[in-house]
Design a protein around this ligand. Structure first.
Ligand SMILES: NC(=O)c1ccc[n+]([C@@H]2O[C@H](COP(=O)([O-])OP(=O)(O)OC[C@H]3O[C@@H](n4cnc5c(N)ncnc54)[C@H](OP(=O)(O)O)[C@@H]3O)[C@@H](O)[C@H]2O)c1
Length: 246
């Protein structure tokens, strides 16, 4: 039985680089449409716009700016098409022992990663509920399920997103909307550029698969959760970390 009635259009937050870009490329590669947004475009978003023409759109938007998010979702629905999938991927971190973290840095991590994601999900969900169809995938992290030094606000946010996922799966299931989360382990992207090599070696040593993760290790799992094959999967967290947390 197929439940998808609309042509797939997925909104990807933070689609300009890293995992968000990788997810966009997998969806485009299988013939679907993507709207990616972040604070600024990249060479890769320009490339995708040229390569995929009308199937790829990039918009600028800051996850911490709620009125701008509301406008962005309205614009997509009005000018591009009905959003069938949402990938809450955009994120940032500030790593430091909690006692040394400035108050503004803590607020920023919460505002972007948690409040921004909740607000974006709320805006998109309004439309999905009316159409009785939707797929929501939120990128959390292994830090949301295990403790790592220096990541208290980020870990709090990532654990919070798992709570959001479970609550929304219950709220939205009756409208044929699935809500799932993916917890990547370490992936080689800009976000972890500054990680010290000693720390990276330690992660790799503790990973049964014996290597750091790549964007491609995670993007296909997200694409699966957005696909019709995952139509009966909801409220779940898939950890994609090479076995690090097993
Ligand atoms: N890399 C890892 O090891 C790892 C592990 C576990 C989980 N994750 C999670 O995976 C997701 C993607 O991370 P990544 O590694 O791909 O990071 P990344 O390479 O740093 O990319 C982050 C993306 O988010 C966008 N972004 C950041 N702040 C934003 C804001 N305020 N508003 C809108 N967009 C914003 C960035 O674009 P702009 O800067 O142009 O806005 C960029 O497109 C995040 O949720 C992260 O927490 C990453």
């Amino acid at each position: 039985m197929t439940t998808r009635i609309l042509s797939p259009l997925t909104l990807v937050s933070g689609g300009s680089r890293g995992l968000g870009l990788g997810i966009s490329e997998v969806l485009l590669g299988r013939g679907e449409s993507v709207v990616a947004f972040s604070r600024r475009p990249s060479e890769d978003t320009d490339r995708l716009a040229k390569q995929y023409g009308g199937r790829f759109h990039f918009l600028t938007g800051d996850l911490a700016d709620v009125p701008a998010l509301q406008k962005l979702v309205k614009t997509v629905e009005r000018d591009i098409g009905p959003i069938t999938g949402l990938v809450n991927n955009a994120g940032m971190t500030f790593e430091q022992l909690l006692v040394l973290q400035p108050e503004e840095a803590i607020h920023r991590v919460l505002d972007v990663n948690l409040t921004g994601t909740l607000m974006l999900t709320r805006e998109v969900t309004k439309h999905m509920m009316v159409r009785r169809f939707g797929r929501i995938v939120t990128i959390s992290s292994v830090t949301g399920i295990r403790g790592y030094k220096g990541t208290a606000p980020y870990s709090a946010v990532k654990a919070g997103l798992l709570g959001m996922t479970r609550a929304l799966a219950r709220e939205l299931g009756g409208r044929n909307i699935t809500v799932n989360a993916v917890c990547p382990g370490y992936m080689e992207t800009d976000m972890v550029h500054d990680m010290n090599p000693k720390q990276l070696k330690q992660i790799v040593r503790r990973t049964p698969l014996g290597r750091p993760g790549q964007v491609e290790d995670v993007s296909g799992v997200v694409a699966f959760l957005l696909s019709d094959d995952a139509r009966f999967v909801s409220g779940q967290t898939l950890t994609v970390d090479g076995g690090l947390t097993c």
